[in-house]
Ligand binder design. Sequence first.
Ligand SMILES: [Zn+2]
Ligand SMILES: [Zn+2]
Length: 250
Amino acid sequence: MRVTFAGVGEAFDENLPNTSILVESGTSSILLDCGFSAPGPVWKLGDRAGRLDAIFVSHFHADHYFGIPALLARFAEEGRKERLTILGPTGIEGRVRRLLEMAYSNILAKAGFDVYFLECTPGDEFKHAGFNFAFAMGDHLMPCLALRLTADGKSLLYSGDGRPTDSTRKLARGCDFIIHEAYALNRGVPGHGTVEAALAFAAESGARACALIHMDRAVRHAKKDEIMGHIASLSGLHGFLPEPGDTFDV
Ligand SMILES: [Zn+2]
Ligand SMILES: [Zn+2]
């Protein structure tokens, strides 16, 4: 699996676009979250973004799914014919249809491709579009699904927003790569993780690498040295702060 970080930021970072991650395996690809500032950086990935099979929405905060109308409108403009799957928590179809209607009224009726919605709940496991999917609930301000994706014999876990829970720890066990939100450095923020907790979560899972994403803009920009020092003190785990456009082979 190849992971490309289109965006790595939190909701309101003026420098880093919302977290949005392209995962590719063979000819299959899925975008993990697509917030309001994500479409531009996703389009910069060129054809690879144009060939998307699926979009996964971890939860219904705007920095995780309000970019979908722009993405779909450009697909329609470019003459896409292939079906697109949109996966997300309970209510995904109604939410996205309402959003599309407000943004570009009637776009799905006019588009030359079908959209297939797949509602996911914690504990679900299935195969779709070339990937194995499994889900668990994180501890966020609203229900948020952590996703375990498996392909080519490798697994990654994407936390979405939120602190680790017993369920997400269980889901992460044996994963090769962890992508975890680390909104705060070490101080607890309700419904959000920390750098320390994310790295401990990854170490406990047995993963060899951990990408820290969705970091509070003040922490990411002012405390980078401290964060890198913390990462450097770890042994056996490669922790890093991806930049937009970075790739990682799992
Ligand atoms: Zn959120
Ligand atoms: Zn968020």
